[in-house]
Ligand binder design. Structure first.
Ligand SMILES: C[S@@+](CC[C@H](N)C(=O)[O-])C[C@H]1O[C@@H](n2cnc3c(N)ncnc32)[C@H](O)[C@@H]1O
Length: 179
């Protein structure tokens, strides 16, 4: 990965240039609408990348904790957040979320990290929600990829996501919707 400093004014373009996947405009719109509708004040994000989604959500909430396992990306995210004067609101933790112990609770948990581990993230962090809290998992349909045309590894991932959806369906603690 090329080390480069990202201008906060065009984070989105720079992320694309660095081939770092970030949330789509549609996904971000949905997140922000959900934040507003449910008066979300605190967010735990799993998967910071360069801090784009955290920065975009920050204007609407009081506090965000975002976790990134790649040290270089966590540092870039921190730098971007600092440059845009959001360091008092947004904390970047450099860790593998699956090895992280957080006791704090949040109004919303945004899962946007390794898709093969969505079920593990969900199980690990569902108790970190405040009452009536919300968990949003990005891109569970994995770009509506055709299973037959996918590579073996992608097929395995699609199977894991399908299994995760089954688990969500069977889970009575949560009401699940897909958009
Ligand atoms: C899709 S990107 C996140 C994009 C970001 N949320 C945005 O929209 O701006 C996924 C990120 O999750 C990180 N990641 C993957 N597995 C992780 C884990 N177990 N713990 C923490 N971060 C992880 C990856 O390094 C990658 O930077």
């Amino acid at each position: 990965m090329t080390k480069m400093k990202i201008a906060t004014s065009n984070l989105k373009e720079e992320a694309l240039l660095m081939k770092i996947p970030i949330i789509t405009d549609e996904g971000l719109f949905f997140l922000i609408e959900t934040i507003k509708k449910h008066q979300v004040k605190t967010i735990l994000e799993i998967g910071s990348a360069i801090g784009y989604s955290a920065i975009m959500m920050a204007a609407h909430v009081e506090k965000i904790v975002t976790v990134e396992r790649e040290e270089e990306l966590a540092n870039i995210a921190r730098e971007n957040i600092k440059e845009i004067n959001l360091a008092s609101k947004v904390t970047v933790i450099n860790a593998d979320a699956l090895n992280l112990e957080i006791t704090e609770t949040f109004d919303l948990i945004f899962i946007d990290a390794a898709k093969a581990q969505y079920e593990k993230f969900f199980i690990k962090f569902k108790n970190n929600l405040t009452k009536d809290g919300i968990i949003i998992c990005d891109n569970l349909n994995f770009h509506n990829l055709d299973y037959q045309k996918a590579s073996k590894s992608t097929q395995n991932l699609l199977k894991k996501l399908a299994n995760f959806k089954k688990i969500l369906k069977a889970n009575n603690e949560f009401e699940t919707t897909y958009t």
